[in-house]
Design a protein around this ligand. Structure first.
Ligand SMILES: [Zn+2]
Length: 102
């Protein structure tokens, strides 16, 4: 198993999971139910984590994310903070969580 993506914002993690699973790669989530216990934990430890089950799929999963972002080029947007390309469906940058510019 290999960690491919984690973020404080669960919505973004689910978005990335959709992209990867659409490429028929099996993923699993960690900390999916951790938020109920967040009071006792350091916030970072409760971030939802997306793992690729088979290490051999890791590069494919990365490629799937890349191509999904490339396909979104027409309607996507560039993060003003870190210059990462985001798909149109994201309201905050998937990488640094800066808000989408108007
Ligand atoms: Zn960014």
């Amino acid at each position: 198993m290999k960690l491919i993506y984690t973020n404080e914002n669960r919505f973004l993690v689910y978005n990335i999971q959709n992209i990867i699973e659409n490429a028929r790669i099996t993923t699993t989530l960690k900390n999916e139910y951790a938020s109920s216990a967040a009071g006792d934990l350091v916030p970072h430890e409760t971030w939802l984590e997306l793992w690729v089950v088979d290490n051999a799929d890791y590069d494919l999963a990365k490629a799937a994310i890349d191509s999904a972002f490339k396909q979104a080029n027409e309607s996507g947007w560039d993060c003003p903070q870190c210059s990462e390309r985001n798909t149109a469906s994201f309201d905050v940058c998937w990488q640094c969580q800066a808000e989408r510019p108007d």
